[in-house]
Design a protein around this ligand. Structure first.
Ligand code: CS2
Ligand code: MG
Length: 403
């Protein structure tokens, strides 16, 4: 089999997505997600100008060799744009291999390790009563795990809190990022009250998660983890910026609240020391941002040695292709923890028809050969790229802050 064409399509059915479609001389094609929120066009150019021409004529079955060729051969290793591009290629190649074999992708990875993939939904509200309503709605829908985020008294907007309750889009449309004001003091004062109210109302018979979005210093994160211990979180995510990995040691010394990290990582080297030193409990790298299934499974295998489990990033800014591929990975990976699931809009789902489905708190990837997600190119062509960015955060005195 030979690769004959590699097309890069940027489409905006509600939000921007970068899709790679690889065609072969045998008529089988594969698709991969290359979306990098707020930097979509950089990945599209990287793929179009520098990667697609290198793929033509290659055997798509040689996934490992193509991965090594793109990751090592580039000289400028790692980085989100490079790795998202490689992720798109890798996902499309696994799709082709599985379709050619007539098997769902999870069968090629080693088969099912579980019946379904436990997911968590996002319960958001402007205040505690609204957040409690949202938690209730998720529990009513059968979710076994819910992430709770709430507006903070005294702050106008808080990242991670949706404008609508059941749907949340992290980026805001416009030519420049929205600026939001952040106060660590107000947040730390408020957070335990939120979780106290959630457990008080709904009890302990479901998993509760929370995302800090890298906003705290190590000692503040330690204080938060300690103050949330009575509410027994499944995880506390990104308590502190991911570059300072030593910070997690300090947090660990103070709290037994489990830590999840890794949605901004793009290489096994970003994960290695944290995993080997057992500084996190869940590793969150996504299929697209970690260079596809090929590297993600190496990260997972390393993590398995240290009883660190997976919890792949699954926000709406990863396309349904990434979600489909992640679900096959999740169904197989022995040290699976949980999968983030924010469902996409109807417009997005129409462009990416998919075999995965939700039932009773679990997602099921389906048994369609490949990763089970397709791409309606005609429909995609109707939605032009529309600039949108993640908001930025400043402290009350105007100082730029992490997110
Ligand atoms: C969040 C995301 O889903 C999450 O855990 O952290 O909103 C994340 O910030 C965005 O996907 C970044 O593009
Ligand atoms: Mg997050």
């Amino acid at each position: 089999m030979k690769i004959t064409e590699a097309k890069v399509i940027v489409t905006c059915p509600g939000r921007n997505f970068v899709t790679l479609k690889i065609m072969t001389d045998e008529g089988v094609y594969g698709i991969g997600d290359g979306t990098l929120n707020g930097r979509e066009l950089a990945v599209a150019s990287y793929l179009k100008d520098h990667v697609a021409p290198l793929l033509i004529g290659r055997d798509p079955h040689q996934i490992e060799d193509i991965w090594q060729y793109l990751a090592k051969g580039v000289y400028w290793r790692r980085g989100p744009v490079t790795m998202a591009s490689i992720g798109a290629v890798d996902t499309a190649l696994w799709d082709i291999k599985a379709k050619a074999a007539g098997l769902p992708l999870y069968q090629l990875l080693g088969g099912k390790s579980r019946a379904g993939v436990m997911v968590y939904g996002h319960a958001n509200g402007r205040d505690i009563p609204e957040t409690l309503d949202a938690v209730g709605e998720y529990l009513d829908k059968g979710y076994k795990a819910v992430r709770a985020q709430s507006g903070v008294p005294g702050l106008d907007a808080v990242y991670g809190v949706a404008r609508g309750k059941m749907f949340y889009e992290p980026a805001v449309k416009g030519a420049a990022p929205e600026e939001q004001i952040w106060s660590t003091e107000k947040y730390l004062e408020f957070a335990p009250k939120l979780f106290d109210a959630v457990r008080e109302k709904f009890g302990f018979d479901f998993h509760l998660l929370h995302d800090v979005h890298h906003r705290l210093t190590p000692i503040e994160a330690a204080r938060l983890g300690k103050s949330l211990e009575p509410y027994r979180l499944f995880w506390l995510e990104d308590p502190t910026p991911a570059e300072n990995q030593e910070a997690l040691k300090l947090i660990r010394q103070h709290t037994v609240t489990p830590i999840a990290i890794g949605e901004v990582f793009n290489s096994i080297h970003d994960c290695r020391e944290i995993i080997e030193n057992q500084l996190c409990d869940y590793i969150r790298t996504a299929v697209v941002h970690s260079g596809g299934i090929t590297q993600l499974r190496k990260i997972a295998m390393l993590a398995e040695l240290y009883q660190v489990r997976t919890g792949c990033h699954g926000a709406t800014d990863l396309s349904p292709i990434c979600m489909g591929a992640a679900l096959h990975f999740d169904l197989w990976v022995p040290n699976f923890g949980i999968q983030e699931y924010m469902h996409h809009t109807e417009e997005t789902d129409a462009v990416f028809p998919h075999a995965y489905s939700f039932g009773d708190g679990y997602l099921y990837p389906g048994d369609t050969p490949g990763h089970g997600v397709d791409f309606d190119e005609k429909l995609a062509a109707k939605y032009e790229y529309d600039p949108a960015y993640l908001p930025v955060a400043r402290l009350e005195d105007g100082t730029m802050w992490s997110w």
